[in-house]
Design a protein around this ligand. Structure first.
Ligand SMILES: [Zn+2]
Length: 338
């Protein structure tokens, strides 16, 4: 964490705050078990979709319209700059022979921030468009910095893309045409928090415990590591989740553990993003301006200082709690809906 100048307290604060809010996760586990009508809920059951049919056949122009409507809370200046992505042809839209799969945003100080998409008329590809355009707008605005400071670090990189995704999700929830569709969007949000905030914090805690054992001279046998993982999985998902014995080996297939102390950035990133997004959606005074200031900051200061000066203090519980509060609000909404 040294290279980003992140205080270790940020790491502990993340784990402590998530621990204090595990009841919300248990609540979600309980809901899924009831909704799916299962006597036992296993780890693999948390990936089942809760809707019958996903919306499809959304042509690119319509997808673009949805993204613009969803990002309206970011203001006219943002939207007119976003229009450049289309009028200046930043985006390679459709799948093509020999074209790389997936999606990303890429550019240099001297180029526009290009976007690679593989748009296929699904609602997921609309969401991917919003995500990648979030990166590109962050890059576009960060060029207001000198060359040396225009490139933002990983700690900040997923914030702008996630803010766009959250705004899109909120818009889709509010404009869903059927209950089934609304169920899809609400659950998508919950799933995102489960996977990015709860689970990545669990991974972060796992790394911390393992490194701690090493420092104390405890031999890191497979048994030691697997038991640590198993106990954490039980803690994070609660008693209503059947923790099958095989889950103890899951740590072996997580490639991120080969880059120590990386995964916590997913959890802090989504917390900061939801903190920005919920202030913007609630029309808090100055919220939009603070967020635009963040987008213009590049790497002009250490990441924690950039966030703090835009109103998000990652040494405090508040941003993480805001994200977890949104989790329980949306869960409540979903429960009422079904
Ligand atoms: Zn991204």
């Amino acid at each position: 964490m040294y290279s980003d100048n992140i205080d270790v307290a940020v790491y502990h604060n993340l784990i402590d705050t998530v621990h204090k809010n595990l009841d919300k996760m248990y609540d979600y586990v309980h809901f899924r078990k009831e909704f799916l009508g299962l006597d036992e809920l296993h780890m693999y059951d948390v990936y089942v979709d809760l809707c019958e049919e996903k919306p499809k056949d959304i042509p690119f122009e319509e997808g673009k319209k949805i993204v613009f409507e969803a990002l309206k809370p970011l203001g006219d200046e943002y939207l007119s700059d976003l229009e450049k992505a289309f009028s200046e042809h930043w985006i390679d839209i459709y799948p093509n022979d020999g074209k790389k799969s997936g999606a990303y945003s890429w550019g240099t100080y001297d180029s526009v921030p290009y976007v690679l998409l593989n748009y296929n008329n699904t609602i997921d590809s609309v969401s991917t468009m919003a995500h990648e355009l979030g990166h590109s707008m962050h890059s576009y605005y960060s060029k207001s910095q000198d060359y040396l400071y225009h490139n933002y670090p990983i700690f900040l990189a997923e914030i702008a893309s996630t803010v766009n995704e959250i705004l899109l999700n909120d818009y889709l929830c509010k404009h869903a045409k059927t209950k089934d569709e609304k169920r899809l969007y609400l659950n998508e949000f919950l799933d995102k928090i489960k996977g990015t905030l709860y689970r990545q914090t669990m991974f972060a805690e796992f790394e911390m415990l393992i490194h701690d054992k090493y420092e104390k001279g405890i031999p890191l046998t497979e048994e030691e590591i697997s038991s640590t993982y198993y106990n954490l999985n039980k803690l994070y998902f609660g008693d209503e989740m059947v923790s099958d014995d095989l889950i103890r080996f899951e740590w072996m297939r997580i490639p991120h553990f080969y880059t120590p102390f990386y995964v916590y950035k997913y959890a802090t990133g989504i917390s900061a993003a939801i903190s920005f997004a919920s202030d913007i959606l609630n029309n808090s005074p100055g919220a939009k301006e603070k967020y635009l200031k963040f987008l213009h900051s590049g790497s002009s200061d250490y990441p924690l200082n950039i966030l703090a000066s835009s109103g998000v203090d990652m040494t405090k519980r508040e941003p993480i709690e805001k994200a977890l509060d949104m989790f329980s609000t949306k869960l409540k909404e979903l429960k009422e809906l079904v």
